[in-house]
Design a protein around this ligand. Sequence first.
Ligand SMILES: [Zn+2]
Length: 297
Amino acid sequence: MSLLPTRSPAATSPSQQRDPDATAHDPATRAAALDLLADRDLVVLTGAGLSTDSGIPDYRGPQAPTRTPMTYQEFVATPEARRRYWARSHLGWGRMRHADPNTGHRALVEVDPDLLITQNVDSLHERAGSPRLVALHGRIADVVCLGCRRTTSRAALHERLSALNPEFGAGHDDAETRPDGDVELEASLTESFVVPDCDCGGTLKPDVVFFGENVPAPRVQRCYDAVDALGAGGALLVVGSSLTVMSGFRFVRRAARAGTPVVVVNRGATRGDALATYAVEAGCSGFLADLAARRVG
Ligand SMILES: [Zn+2]
């Protein structure tokens, strides 16, 4: 098999999107990738592109608006920043919680990888029923106290926030939802938002990895172990991620270094293309449905 990428490697940076129509219909690359993945032990890494069919926007995908997410350092620095975060996130999560797993999530249950690693915080793999899952960046449905580290449910906090801010939800229905459950809101609208602390007095934070924060080391190690176990006979499949952030890209580097074939399926160029055996320009759901049929059939 060729170890060169058959989607031409990115001469541009991953943030510069290619014209999807230029390479979208390359059936030979797609078929070769499906052949490669049909019978191998797999580790699968998924990103925001997988959840777009569930109505959760991919902020790094084509046509995505530029955004500057709140960093961990900003979040912990001031109560004002936390009010702003929770106000926007309150509206966003009220919508994200109603999203359902799509064809791609369900197909991955049948693909049955040795380990499924997701960069998504939307819990849709869990709801589809995927076992052996690492939510690399945590789950927006969980809340952690930065004082006592106790984890509680976002649904319970959502009810408290709704009760503490009864006027807030109304009138913001047209605010734009982001993939991390955040929405766009004017700062002036967030200043009066009431955010409770933990019973211990500690600061509550969604149990997701913010920019400026590291993925917990044991979580990363579990992923490395699964990738290392693949060897030359397995494969790493990346679906719906531009691999912009190092937290996911490092697994591609690890696999490539070990001689494990890598397949990248995405709309638009990715940072992993140059390391991939096949880089397939395709939507996630359709490709995964085809792969599930090959592996089950
Ligand atoms: Zn606490």
